[in-house]
Every structure is written in C-alpha cells, then in structure tokens.
Design a binder for this molecule. Sequence first.
Ligand SMILES: [Zn+2]
Length: 234
Amino acid sequence: MKKLLLIIAVGMCRIASAQDDWSRLDKDMDIAISVDTLKEGKYSLIYIDKAKDFDEKVKNRLIETFFNTYPKLAKKYNKAAITKVVFVMDPDYKGIAAAGGGVIRFNPEWFAKNPGDIDIVTHEGMHLVQAYPGGSGPGWITEGIADYVRYVDGVDNDGAKWSLPDFKADHHYENAYRITARFFVWLEKNIKKGTIVKLDKAMRSKSYTPEFWQKQTGKNLDQLWELYKSNPTI
Ligand SMILES: [Zn+2]
C-alpha cells in the first residue's frame, strides 16, 4: 500500500501520516539515549531522545511549551485531539520538524542553531490538534492556521525573533505560513471574530469549500484579500 505522505514545503514543516511515524517508533526506542514519560492531567508526552549532547535546557523548554500550549489549543480547537503525544529528537531527520498521528519529529541541529525557537512545539502541536483527514482542503490553510496559532498562543516568539512579516504587494493568501497567518489575524480583527475556529472545524470535518468565506463573512476570499490589501494594518 502506498503511504500517504504530503510534503508541504521542504525544510519548513512536514505533515506526516500517522502510519508513517508510529511505525518508526520501535526503531527509535531501540537506539534512543533516553526515553522520558511525562504526564499532566489527561495529557501525556513521551520524549524519545536520539541526539547525543542535546541541550538539557532546550529539552525542558520544549516539554514545558508542550504542556503550556497543547491542552489550550485542544480546548479551543478540537476537544477530541489526541491526548498521548510523542516527541522524537532525531538526528536522522533532516527537515526542521514533522507532525502526524500524535508524533512530532524534531531535528536537533535546528535547535543547536536556534535554541530559542521553542514555539515550533506550538506550530507542530497545532498540526496534531488539526488532525485533518486527507483531502480536507488546501495546504496553505493548514500551514496558515498553524502559524496563526503560533502568533496568538506562542509562549516566546520574541525570544525566537519570530514575528509576522510586514505586508507586501506581492503577497498572496496562498503563500501559506506567516503570510497567510497575518491575513488571518487581520480577518479576526477587522471582519469576523471566530472565523479561524470555524475554518479549522470545516477542514477537520471535510466540509470546507471555497464558499466558506462567503457564508462566514458575506464576501468571497478574493474580495477579502482586496480589502486586506487596501488596509493591511493589524
Ligand atoms: Zn506546519
């Protein structure tokens, strides 16, 4: 059977299928340096460390960020989100991070260079909360929402020097990530609060269609983008 694997953008973030990541965990465990199991309320986190000499402080901050953000995001967006999450700190993984089916795989090299970028946990954790089925809708929405959530609920974006970019005339909502996230922030502020929660639900239930915007705001997506372009202040 062909594995369902959706590559969103090389080097940024990958959405992995549940099968893809769970099937590798036994192997990960075998060669792990340490495996920690942490629990807070109904949420548990298994931290599989395959990286030699990974900074203990960064590790602790990643764990802390998970328990700070994930339960909040599940409550806000998807009360049925998976409660048992696995982190794999994996030197064999060459992207930045990948999420799927309850597993988040991180590249330790990224944190060696960017030790403050702990809200990757917020972005990737949101992908687990999203749990969109195949064919739920466009990838730019998936990544736009994950960065929107990082902007709204991230714990230390300043420390990572992570922020939304200034608007530029050649931006487009389909650019995904921060460019789309900025548009979503503007939408929530200026057009209709609660739109992103509804958009996320529509994606998960596979009921998203391009008519979503018209129904939700009275304007279609291109009309909304034109309005945004005319006054993109957030
Ligand atoms: Zn992502």
